[in-house]
Structure formats: C-alpha cells, structure tokens
Design a protein around this ligand. Structure first.
Ligand code: F6P
Length: 365
C-alpha cells in the first residue's frame, strides 16, 4: 500500500498556491511509494463529517500552475486547535480537536503533511509537529510578513497588481488635479505598499513600521497640488497608523476567526487631510482582495514550483518540523519555530527605505 501525503492550503488565498500543489504531485510521482491527497478548506476537510479529501494525481493538477486561488480550497477560520462548535444556546465556542484529527489521519494512513500557509497556518504546523505529526511547512502570503525566508510566493504578484493600480490612479489624479490615496493590504508589514509606491512613482507612502505625522504629509501635498494644477498619489498600507494612534479596523465577529480585521486606514487619512483645509480634492481607492486573486506572475509561479519540489523532497528526507525557505539562490529547510518566532517587518535601515528616501518620497516621518 502506498503512503499518503496530505496537502493543506490554509489562511488567505494567494497567487501561486496551485503551482505549489502541482509541483508536489509531479515530484511525488517520481517516487512510486507515495500518493498525494488534499484536504478541502485547510484542515477542515479532516475535521468535518463526512471527511472531505481529494486525490491529487497528474490529471487533477494538469494545467493549474497559472490559475489563481487553490483547487483544494482554503479558510482562515477554524482549524484543529480552534474548532468552532455552535452550542444549544446558539453561541459559538472553540474547541481543541487536534487529538481526534490526528487519530483520523492515522486511520487514513496519512504519514506526512505539507501545510502551505502563512504565520497562522505555520503556528498550527508547529503545534501538530509537537504532537508527533510528520509535517512540513511551505511559506505563503501576499503580505511577505513571514520571517526565515527571503520571500513568500504571491507577494510579487500582489506588488504587480498594486503597482498597476498606482499607474491607473496617476492618470486620473493628474487629469483632475486631485490627491489620490490607494490603500493596499499587508497586515502589519509595509512590503506591498512600499514596493508599489516606488514602482509606481507615488509621492508618499505610509507603512505600519513608520507611524505618520499628518503635518509632514500636508507640507508636501501643498507643494504638489492646489486643486487647479498638480496632483499626488499616496500609497497607504492597511496597517498604517498616525503617531500616537491605532491601526484602523474592527474585531471580526465570525465564528473561528479571532483576528483584528484591518480596514479604513485610507479613508481615515482622507478625513485627516481634509480637516487640514487642503485645497485639492481627495479620493480614496481600496484595492482589497484584488491583490489576492488572479493569475500569479512568472516569478511567483517559479518560486511556488520550487517550493513544491523542495517540500516533497523534505518529506522524502524526513525533515519534519521544518519549513521550506528561499535563501537566494538556494532552497533550504529551516525550523518552523524560527519562522513564526519573528514577524518580518520592513527594516528601517533597509535598502528599500533608503531608496524611497533617496527619491524624495514622503514616508510621513
Ligand atoms: O494575510 C493576507 C490578507 O490578505 C491581509 O493582507 C489582509 O489583512 C487579510 O488577509 C484579509 O483577510 P480576509 O480575507 O479574511 O478579509
């Protein structure tokens, strides 16, 4: 009987997930001892009744490398350590059902798991590893906020989408002599914002790592547009906040989801600017999930494919409890624990920040 390796995609979707899945299947096909299965909607496929797994063979993964999303589905809710159950009184309560899930995996002869996900998913990988599960992590997120790897796949596609949005806003801003604010994703890290701002030639960029002062922005904006001529584009990360202020958002009231949902940074900034009496009209565009959907660019397809090949080779080498990592120009394995220990912020002394300052971009400091 063949050994089963279970593939899981967890957290927010991300361009390149399908390319990882396809590469795992193709690499596994070279080793006749293994077959690959996918769990629907992260680990939920194992936790639901009836169980929902999908056999991932050559036919299932044919031609999926350029498709967005994930053919096995994903979710950022629930999971084995936080499984929401509706009680008789209608309220929801989360339970740790990891032991039951591990027993199910044993019954199904699942001997290895490849968990493709960001920091939340890799925290689950680490806990399962500590409970004896043979698990490998693959770093995924458009936010690029996972440490221990030079980059995550999906991030460069998100930067490309955000840059195209800046390009489009520049033409409408210039025609109307307006100030445009583009809010992009990234959670607590400013990677997408800063890269798109540099690539698109934005005048200002506000990121979570540098709390902004509205005066510093208005000084610049007054020199850029008087409402009759000139224009400006500001890229703001969803996690940006003013000096002394908090991130904009709300507690998501969804069973199994405990995260603070970032929302409103762009509109708050527009309000703050208008309060200063700035002459130009201010408009806000929120790019949102457009950054997560759609086809991955070539760079991400290649990175994702390399991650998939390396992940299955780590299964063969029994490098469990480890995550695939891109350390240019190599693909190596690192402890999952290291990857989740530190958050990958944009470093203030990095070349990227130096470049932004070097072209006179206002970072709100
Ligand atoms: O982590 C990826 C991400 O897209 C973040 O950039 C964003 O804050 C969050 O997920 C949005 O989550 P949801 O899909 O639940 O709205």
């Amino acid at each position: 009987m063949k050994k089963k390796c279970l593939v899981v995609t967890g957290g927010g979707d991300c361009p390149g997930l399908n390319a990882v899945i396809r590469a795992i299947v193709k690499r596994a096909d070279m080793d006749k001892d293994w077959e690959i299965w996918g769990s629907y909607n992260a680990f939920n496929g194992l936790l639901e009744s009836p169980i929902r797994l999908m056999r991932l063979d050559d036919t299932a993964v044919a031609g999926i490398h350029f498709k967005g999303g994930t053919i096995i589905g994903t979710t950022n809710k629930g999971g084995p350590f936080n499984w929401p159950v509706q009680l008789d009184d209608g309220n929801w309560q989360a339970f740790d059902v990891s032991d039951e899930m591990i027993k199910t995996m044993q019954k199904l002869n699942i001997q290895a798991v490849i968990n493709i996900g960001g920091d939340g998913s890799q925290a689950i990988s680490q806990k399962l590893y500590e409970k004896g599960v043979n698990i490998i992590g693959v770093p995924k997120t458009i936010d690029n906020d996972l440490s221990s790897t030079d980059m995550t796949f999906g991030y460069q596609t998100a930067v490309e989408t955000a840059t195209q949005a800046v390009d489009k806003l520049v033409t409408t801003a210039a025609s109307h002599h307006r100030i445009f604010i583009l809010e992009v994703m990234g959670r607590g890290a400013g990677w997408i914002a800063l890269n798109a701002a540099i690539a698109g030639g934005a005048e200002a960029c506000l990121i979570p790592e540098i709390p902004y002062r509205i005066d510093n922005l208005t000084k610049l904006l007054k020199t850029r547009s008087d409402g009759k001529s000139g224009f400006a584009v500001i890229v703001i990360s969803e996690g940006a906040k003013p000096v002394g202020g908090e991130q904009a958002g709300y507690i998501a009231n969804e069973p199994g989801y405990e995260n603070f949902r970032l929302s409103g940074a762009g509109h708050r900034l527009a309000y703050e600017l208008q309060k200063t009496g700035i002459a130009a009209d201010v408009r806000v565009s929120v790019l949102g999930h457009l950054q997560r959907g759609g086809i991955p660019i070539a760079f991400d397809r290649i990175l994702a494919t390399s991650f998939g090949v390396k992940a299955f080779e780590m299964v063969l080498n029994q490098e469990f409890g480890k995550m695939v990592s891109y350390k240019y120009p190599e693909f190596v394995s690192v402890p999952i624990l290291d990857a989740i220990k530190y958050y990958n912020y944009v470093k203030l002394d990095s070349a990227l920040i130096h470049t932004a300052r070097g072209i006179g971009m206002c970072l709100g400091e």
